[in-house]
Design a protein around this ligand. Sequence first.
Ligand code: C2E
Ligand code: MG
Ligand code: MG
Ligand code: MG
Length: 292
Amino acid sequence: DYALYNSKQCRNGRAVMFNREHGIRIRETSRIEQALRHADLGSEMWLVYQPIRNVPERRTIGYEALARWRSPTLGLVSPAIFIPVAEQARQIGRLTEMLLARALQAAAAWPETLSLSFNLSALDVGSNATMAAVRKIVRSSGVAPRRIEFEITETAVMRDFEQAAEALRTLRELGTRVALDDFGTGFSSLSHVHRLKPDKIKIDRSFVTDITTSGSARGIVSTIADMCRNLGLECVAEGVETEAQLELLLSLGCSLIQGYLIGPPRDGPDLGEPGLRGEMAPDRPSAALLPA
Ligand code: C2E
Ligand code: MG
Ligand code: MG
Ligand code: MG
């Protein structure tokens, strides 16, 4: 999957180059928009699920749903690329609704101890129609709302604070939880926490990546972890790739971990998988509980 993300194969039209540093070229944006308009979303898009683990307690607490798109003309396109293009093309609403319905259908078959995290884009949060659809989909899903967590980025909050606050109220009334995603990368992060009162903070991968080499990154992560403790918020470190990063995070009191070290995004939760460092997950469910 990921091999194509950074590839240069875009030149022959088989994959779209994904490069956070250089962004995407305008020409590519319009090609993506075209492909998206004509896409058969139902068959070209799917979700993968990445585990989030409470490491000291040795249990997987839930999975984050991440969208994947393989276009017949473009190949595999990263969500970091197609989500913004879908927003721009006003296609995001139908996409979000389809993906959320699917994610909840999957989660309905998981053990009840597992939560589902789902990303909402800035435009989703700003759309009354989408939020109404979200409410409907959640209610008819059969998944207990407390097992559902919506992730909203700080950037989304910054686009329109009042709309974001309104969306959060809607989600709270539903009984679902809310996480601030990519935390620390937006402006006035502390004010967002104070005013929105999310249930959870997800520390941005950029800080986690630098934690072993940069005193400042370590200080920031430590401060966010302390803040979460003081405010009674949960705190997840995302993008954890190495044992050294994990050790440091644990020493800073950050026990909820997501990243390739714990597990990459997969087609479905592999609940029988041996846990971190080879021990078996104590909450390993019976085969009967596993999704087909
Ligand atoms: P995100 O919500 O912050 O998701 C985490 C991203 O980090 C995912 O990228 C995940 O695959 C990647 N990741 C996880 N662990 C590691 C690690 O150890 N190392 C590295 N290098 N990366 C790791 P992905 O799946 O490409 O998604 C990128 C972004 O696209 C997401 O960032 C999210 O903002 C957005 N996105 C993905 N799916 C959806 C969706 O269904 N709806 C919306 N609105 N946005 C989505
Ligand atoms: Mg997320
Ligand atoms: Mg994130
Ligand atoms: Mg991110």
